[in-house]
Design a protein around this ligand. Structure first.
Ligand SMILES: Nc1ncnc2c1ncn2[C@@H]1O[C@H](COP(=O)(O)OP(=O)(O)O)[C@@H](O)[C@H]1O
Ligand SMILES: CSC[C@H]1O[C@H](OP(=O)(O)O)[C@H](O)[C@@H]1O
Length: 403
């Protein structure tokens, strides 16, 4: 039997995608649209539709019934398009300036029509090129504090919260994260991508029992702790930037999970860039300035998150115990420890697992690339194992200096 959701599904092409925007009456003449497929992610098609006469443009993002990066041999639910659409809508309720405007969603065809953000640049490439964004930390701190608080038990009625958990179960995409982030990179699994040169180091890395024990605890937290509606994949490929604008995209991995996972994903990708700059930045003085910007971005992210989250608990919190001194503060301390641990897992996964990062993989000098990958693994493992000892942002900033 064909699943209900796939009854009238067809994959769009550059020739048929105009039909997705026709009824919006946004363009003057859809026949005149210039269309290109610009998706560079692992899972979906992304079409850019431009009308030269008016200068207007839109994005149509469509899920395929399989994971694009692997092909039809890896079937994947179309439900992820609905999850992404609903998650963008929820974020727009609290941080409309930090997400793209969504114009339309078609559930059966699994596509969403949204604002074209081509005037922005994807953060990952922008960082690799050494560009600085002074508002980035404040914006991501605000995004995380607002989206996570307003979907947590500190804010929601228990019935609403449980309905949210049910609406965003997202089991297939969670399973991808459970495998690719929390399991496969800690074992000799065939999804990993490990060159012959680095394999001896990784083989040693896999001998670390303490690391595996701590990674297991973090995986169990990811599986069981329904703290708030997460973005679920907040890496630097999911953030668009300009000098004065930040937009978070691609929340198809959204589900109700541990808050530190979003913050940890962001932190890990800053750290991977921090390490990789040793190869990308030729001048030592520039390297230090850029690394200071990355450290400062993380400091602002964390401080903005913690300050806003605590303030929201105080002013808008519905959780009976919020007013008891220390309750919200201790929760934020727990989020800090989780953030470091989850960041460690994301660093390990983006270094040797499936879906690695250009920050490291575009380093052309092979011995330098291997050395930096080893550093990324060692730093990730240190975060996983020492997450309870690095107490607070200042201790963390000192830890970074020693990388
Ligand atoms: N709203 C948008 N405006 C402009 N380009 C976009 C937009 N959304 C996605 N893209 C482009 O498509 C790429 C893949 O999008 P993404 O949502 O990350 O897809 P996937 O889910 O496949 O990872 C982005 O890196 C970006 O280049
Ligand atoms: C087989 S999915 C691998 C990987 O891809 C996702 O990233 P994106 O959608 O941003 O390309 C996610 O990080 C998954 O873990």
């Amino acid at each position: 039997m064909v699943p209900t959701q796939e009854r009238s599904y067809r994959a769009l092409t550059v020739d048929t995608v105009r039909s997705a925007v026709e009824q919006l009456q946004y363009f003057e003449d859809v026949e005149q649209l210039q269309v290109s497929e610009i998706g560079d992610g692992n899972l979906n098609y992304v079409f850019l539709l431009e009308e030269p006469a008016t200068g207007k443009s839109l994005i149509v993002k469509q899920a395929l019934p399989y994971a694009k990066v692997v092909g039809e041999s890896w079937p994947l639910t179309l439900d992820r398009a609905k999850i992404e659409y609903q998650s963008l809508q929820k974020a727009a309720e609290v941080v409309p300036n930090l997400v793209p405007v969504v114009y339309h969603h078609d559930m059966e065809m699994a596509y969403t029509v949204m604002e074209d953000l081509s005037s922005h640049e994807i953060l990952r490439s922008a960082l690799i090129n050494g560009n600085q964004y002074p508002n980035l930390g404040k914006d991501i701190g605000t995004y995380t504090a607002q989206t996570l608080f307003h979907t947590s038990d500190f804010y929601l009625h228990p019935f609403t919260k449980k309905a949210l958990v049910k609406d965003f179960l997202n089991p297939e995409l969670c399973k991808i994260t459970e495998d690719l982030v929390f399991t496969d990179p800690f074992f000799d699994h065939d999804t990993n991508e490990i060159s012959d040169e680095i394999r001896p180091f990784v083989t040693q890395f896999w001998q670390d029992e303490e690391l595996k024990r701590e990674a297991a605890k973090l995986k169990l937290q990811f599986l069981t702790e329904a703290e708030a509606l997460l973005h679920g994949d907040l890496h630097s490929g999911s953030i668009f930037v300009t000098a004065n604008s930040t937009k978070v995209i691609d929340p198809e991995f959204a589900f109700v999970g541990p808050i530190g996972f979003d913050l940890g994903s962001f932190l890990a990708n800053l750290l991977l860039n921090y390490l990789s700059q040793e190869a990308h930045m030729k001048e030592k003085a520039d390297l230090q300035v850029f690394r200071d910007f990355l450290s400062d971005t993380w400091k602002q992210t964390w401080e903005t998150f913690a300050t806003q989250f605590l303030e929201l608990c105080k002013t808008k919190g519905h959780f009976t115990f919020s007013s008891i001194k220390g309750v919200a503060e201790e929760f934020v301390d727990k989020v800090w420890r989780d953030t470091l641990g989850f960041a460690g897992c994301e660093m390990v996964r983006r270094t040797i697992g499936l879906a690695q990062v250009a920050d490291l993989n575009t380093i052309e000098d092979a011995p330098v690339q291997i050395d930096l990958k080893q550093k990324a693994l060692t730093s990730g493992a240190a975060l996983i194992k020492n997450r309870n000892e690095i107490k607070g942002i200042n201790a963390f900033l000192s830890w970074i200096q020693e990388l």
